[in-house]
Design a protein around this ligand. Sequence first.
Ligand code: SAH
Length: 209
Amino acid sequence: MTSRRTRARLVELLRAQGIRSGVVLDIMQDVPRHLFIDEALASRAYENTALPIGFGQTISSPYIVARMTEVLLQRGPLGRVLEIGTGSGYQTAILARVAESVYTIERIEALLTRARWRFHKMHLRNITTRHGDGSAGWLEAAPFDGIIAAASPAEIPASFLEQLAIGGRLVMPIGVDAQRLLSITRSEDGYIQEELEAVSFVPMLSGDR
Ligand code: SAH
């Protein structure tokens, strides 16, 4: 179930769904998604679907992780990246392979504890974690070349736009019922927004637990 062939099949599926970046496809082949979910669900790790990770949250589907990473990388090499909604840590581990450093925030402490343990076991040393509400971003570590959110708010938090470097890119869902994936790139004189596709994420919530 965790064999090379199973993973190769997933990569073929991602390619068929329009993922073009060879770098991203290679990483999707490499990163062991089964280590980010409960053992009881591990046999489904290489299906292209979101799966429950407890606390009413889900690990994102391989497609959406690949897609968001690809869109982020289109702007060029990534120094610092901010992620809102660590969840299982799967997207974080993938970002850690393409960015110099990753800052990730999760509001549910129990999920973050598990994710941190996985990063430790996998020797991922360029990830800094924080427990709390990520909607204010991470001012002390800003500016970021990339910001990714895996939870959907009603409106784009101003902090995300402010904490983007010039030339940096924000990739996130927006909306409560009907969600759309947005890519927003900061230029010298403003922000360029692109709508990518319809998506379905868990809501971005305030406060922590
Ligand atoms: N990429 C993750 C997605 C997890 S689901 C994965 O593949 O596992 C999204 C996560 O965002 C959930 O764990 C949820 O608790 C978290 N979240 C929601 N609102 C948040 C907020 N305001 N700040 C930080 N994390 C938040």
